[in-house]
Each structure stands twice: as C-alpha cells, then as structure tokens.
Design a binder for this molecule. Sequence first.
Ligand SMILES: Cc1cc2nc3c(=O)[nH]c(=O)nc-3n(C[C@H](O)[C@H](O)[C@H](O)COP(=O)(O)OP(=O)(O)OC[C@H]3O[C@@H](n4cnc5c(N)ncnc54)[C@H](O)[C@@H]3O)c2cc1C
Length: 463
Amino acid sequence: MNPSERSFTLSRPTPVESSVDLIVCGGGPSGCAAAIAAARLGLRVVLLEATGALGGMGTQGLVSNWYSLSDGTRILTKGLFWEILTRLHGLGGLPPDKNPADPAWQKTLYAGTGFNPEKLKLLLDRMCREAGVEVRFETRVMDIDRKGPVLQGILTHSVEGCRYLPCRAAVDATGNAVLAELCDVPCRQAGRDTEKIMPPTLCGIVTGIDYSRFHRGLLQPSVEQAIEDGFFTQPDHHVPGLFRSGKQHATQNCGHLFGMDATSTASLSAGYAKGRELAQEYTEFARQYLDGCEEAELLTTAPLVGIRESRCVQGEVQLNYDDFTSRRHFQDEIGVYNKAVDIHVYDLSQEEYDRYYREYEEMDKLGVGESYGLPYGMLVPQGMDNVWVAGRCASSDVKVNGAIRDQPACMLLGEAAGSAVALSLRNQVTNKDVNTDQLRHLLRERGAWLPDITPEGDIADAS
Ligand SMILES: Cc1cc2nc3c(=O)[nH]c(=O)nc-3n(C[C@H](O)[C@H](O)[C@H](O)COP(=O)(O)OP(=O)(O)OC[C@H]3O[C@@H](n4cnc5c(N)ncnc54)[C@H](O)[C@@H]3O)c2cc1C
C-alpha cells in the first residue's frame, strides 16, 4: 500500500505513563530473554508484544523446534536458554526422547529439539512474572520520541488506545527491526537493498502421526516422487518437513511463500492466504506419500507467518561470512554458536535447490568442536546511545543472518542485550561504552559458556 502525499496529524493528546527503565519491543525468543535478564538484574521492564502470547516464531509462528544447541562436545547455548529448555522438559514440553540431562544428547552435533508451543507460552508467562517483567499483550510499537541519539520514549497502541511510555533504554526484538527503523537507524531491507528475499513459510501443527512408522529420511525421495506425479500446485524441491513436537504431532514447516515481503501489508496479507492453501496441500501430501502419516490432520496454521528475512540493523559491528568461514571468535563475544548458513531456495528451480543443498549440507556445516563467536557490537545499532537490538534483526550480513536467526542464538543475543542495558544504566554509560569484560562475567555467572579468546580470535581454553 503506497501512502499518498497527504498526511494526517493526530489531534487527540496522548496520555503519558510513568517512566520505566527498559522497554523491550517484541516478545519472541530474543525479547523474552532480554526482558527476563534485565528484570532479574533489578530493572523495571515493560515487554510489548503485538500478539497475545510470548515466544514469537517459536510459539505464534509454530516454528516449534530449537535448532543447533551443541557443537558435538558440549552445549553451546547455556544460560537462560538452557534454563528454559530444562524447565520446559520439567513441564513435559519436550518430546519423550529428549532429556537435557542425557550426556549423549548434549554431545550430539546439531542437537535440535521440537517442543510443545503451548507449554512454552505458559513457561514464558511464568518466567516473566517471576522476574517481575510487566508484559503487555496486543500492544504495538507505533512511534518513538528521541532527543538526538537518545530515545526518550515509545508511543504504543493497544485496546486502550495510544499511550506515550517514557523509558531510559529500549531493546528492539521485533524480528523486523521496527523500533530501529523508527529511530532512523540504517537497516538493510531484503528485496529493497538486496536482490532477493528469503521466502517465509506459514507453519502449522499436524496431528495423527504414527512415529513408529515415520522415517524423516524418506521425505526428500517422496517429495521428488510427488513432483514427478504432478501432485503439487507449486513444485518445490526444498521441503524442510515435519518436526516431531509431541507424541503424535509435528510442526509442519512446508511451502515457501516466494517473494513475500514482511514489511508490506499487501504482501503479508496475500502470503497468509497462500500459506493456508499450501499448508492443506502439504498435509495431503503427507497422507498420500509418507509412511505413518496416513491419518495425519492439519490442526491449525500459525497466527504469525514465519518470516526468515526482512530488515536487519546496521550495528557497530556486523558479523559477516568471513567471520563465519574462519570460525572467528571475539574477545568481547557474548555468545558462541555453530548453526550453518541456511539460505532457503529463492525459486522453484532444480538449480536453486542444488545451490541450497550444496551450501547448507556440504559447504557451510561446522564440524565437531567448531563454532563462531557473537560479538557484542552486533547488538549496538548505529546512531542511538540507549537502544540495543537482539534476535533476527541483529547486525549481520545476509549469509550469517541465515545462521544466527535460529531461536537458541536469538536467546543468547537477547540475554546479552538485556544484561548490557542493566550495566549501561548502572554505570551511566552509552551502549557503545558498556564494559564487555563485566558483561561477559555477568553472563558467565548466569551459566553462559564463554571461553577466553586470544587476540588472534581463537579459543584460549576450551575446558
Ligand atoms: C519457517 C521458519 C522455520 C524456522 N525453523 C527454525 C528451527 O527449526 N529452529 C530454530 O531454532 N529456529 C528456526 N527458525 C528461526 C527462528 O524461529 C526465528 O528467526 C526467531 O524466532 C527470531 O527470534 P526473534 O526474537 O528475533 O523474533 P521473533 O521470533 O520473530 O519474535 C518477534 C516478536 O515481536 C513481535 N512484534 C513484532 N512487531 C512488533 C511491534 N511493532 N510491536 C510489538 N511487538 C511486535 C512479534 O509479534 C513477535 O512475537 C525458523 C524461522 C522460520 C520463519
């Protein structure tokens, strides 16, 4: 929708609320981690979430699968993420074959796990409440108020109307860099500043799967067979698949929405409608082609379409593909991760699938014990002194963004951002001047695995 040249100025005065220390915008994996970490460090935190539940893509997007937790020798994603995973296991929210205390699982390279999204919503509600985070559902960031590089407050919209919420700091965890864009922070926008947009998927939940007869390995040959049979309206070789997330159900992550732009309402709206068509078609495909899925039923599609790429903030540091390929570590790193670059197909061609397969399966996968660091500067947007960014929109080039967008990494980034805000306010310094030794110390105290790093960018002591 193209706005016309005309503009409209709101004439009704906006009520001003009392000031808070930190506003976290977006209650996905990164936003929840930021809010909980900061509140535990004593800040008064308000978490704004546009939908009615926490968890972002993991719950509202039904992307109910955490990918890449271990480098094959140890769990990399300790700290708050591990606490959440362990508590979710206690609530019966992990599949029966996953136990966080199992050393074999902890040493499984690319150990990933499906989870029950409803139980994760419940757990995140509880953890926010315990930490003292004030969660505001169905509340959107509308606009901002800044004085030079200092954010003064955020204009929100909810069922109560517009409100002005003053703050000392904010974290953009919206996935789409909504806050950063409003602050005029330079952002890379997929499809505007790049040639292509990685396609989204509208995920769903499929039930009625007999896992004793289901073999994930048969998915690709079945997809190829169905394409040959002319089954699909959109013959896509790249089908991420069905991911077990309970006794009989799975997250259905099938069907790319090519060219969909998450920053355009028209494109989003068309994408939801097409996504619902594709979701039905893929469940029918499962029923007809996959053993154990004969009785499969699509229970629901997600309230939020699954966005893989949209806007990405330009930060003080941008994690790039050279850092990734050299497995670089940083003396100020606030997290360690090992997910491969995962750029889904941009179109339906066999060449594009071959490109995806070559890059993801053959070129970019890290080996046992390999990892790369997440430097603090990727959380610090250019041009603002009291704003941080976490999660999918943290500063990274297109390729690396395709690696660090996974939920465990987003939680590492969020926990670090929330903790950095606490240090910044405590020491009265800007985001750029946060003492990263102190920050790393704080994160370690809370369980993070953050080894010492040599000036050359290697891990000094991997014990
Ligand atoms: C189809 C798909 C499959 C994936 N598969 C996996 C996988 O298997 N494993 C894995 O670990 N990761 C996977 N990912 C990646 C991962 O789920 C996301 O990249 C991750 O959730 C991003 O976290 P985030 O906190 O940055 O943002 P999000 O999870 O997108 O959360 C952002 C939150 O901000 C809210 N929000 C947005 N705008 C506003 C606003 N203006 N005001 C208030 N709130 C707002 C949204 O409602 C949302 O809750 C997948 C992603 C997709 C799309």
